[in-house]
Ligand binder design. Structure first.
Ligand code: FES
Length: 90
C-alpha cells in the first residue's frame, strides 16, 4: 500500500505498545507520542508541553527515557514499546 507520496506505507507505520496498560496501536513516523497515546486512549501526565518539566517522561524499549511532549515516532522501526510505569532516577 502506498501513501500520497508514493512511499510504501508499511515502512512508515510503527506498531506502538503502551505499558503497563498493554494497549497496541499503529502510528506514523513523525507523529507526536502524546498524540499517539491520546488516540490509543492512554493518558500521559503533562505539564509544560515544552520539554522542561519532565512530567510526561516515558521509557522507550526498556532503555532511554524521553519527554513524550517533544518526541515523535522515530523512523526505521517496526515496533516500539513505551512504558509509562517505570522507575525514574531522580
Ligand atoms: S509536559 Fe513538561 S516536559 Fe513534557
Amino acid at each position: 500500500m502506498f501513501n500520497n507520496d508514493g512511499i510504501l506505507a508499511k515502512f512508515m507505520s510503527v506498531r506502538i505498545l503502551f505499558l503497563p496498560d498493554d494497549v497496541t496501536i499503529d502510528a506514523e513516523v513523525g507523529e507526536p507520542l502524546l498524540d499517539v497515546a491520546e488516540r490509543a486512549g492512554v493518558s500521559i501526565p503533562t505539564g509544560c508541553l515544552m520539554g522542561s518539566c519532565h512530567a510526561c517522561e516515558v521509557e522507550i524499549d526498556g532503555g532511554a527515557t524521553v519527554c513524550s511532549c517533544i518526541t515523535a515516532v522515530p523512523p526505521g522501526r517496526e515496533k516500539l514499546t513505551i512504558n509509562l510505569d517505570f522507575d525514574p532516577t531522580w
